[in-house]
Design a protein. Sequence first.
Length: 216
Amino acid sequence: MSWSSGKDSAWALQQLLNNPEYEVVGLFSTINKNVDRVAMHGVRVELLKAQANSIGLPVEIIELPDPCSNDDYENIMDRFIDKAKADNIECMAFGDLYIKEIRKYREDQLRDTGIEPIFPIWGIPTHELSNILLENGIKTVISCVDSEQIPEDFAGKNYDHDFLESLPATADPCGENGEFHSFVYNGPMFKEAIGISVGEKYIKGQFVFVDLLPTI
């Protein structure tokens, strides 16, 4: 399962765990090796590992340079896919929702590898999915926002009904267009909640991150 640390990959994982056709054997995540944080989400690797431990699955950490060219990314991912093939992995799952270009990219990456790409939550309307997440106890904090799409003060907020109601009308309620990224700290896939506190905000270009700190 491609694991971003956020809500959509968490719900996609839950669908796989509930589906007897699949045996989920692990997670994989890309991180920025320069800062030891989850790529795009800005989450500390320590918290990523805490999620995997609570879920009860191993996580394969794929290190990306910063900056990372498209060629660098594809070479690194090709090596990971070769390793997955050697480990007899039959499918890779992704939490994408509706952007066809992203789905096609993943399908092209896996074409002729013998590994099937699957999309457990593809096509669920995002207004519907946002309520499904909340109704099923997915607890999430916003770890990063694109300040060109939504106000920067959304960083660090909990993903709840108040958050959804206060989003600009132009924003997707699941952030599928990159409006925001998230960190899941509790849900039905976890044996126990991940303790976090919200630290300081920092800026990288148009993106505003909040430093999530592990707590005991």
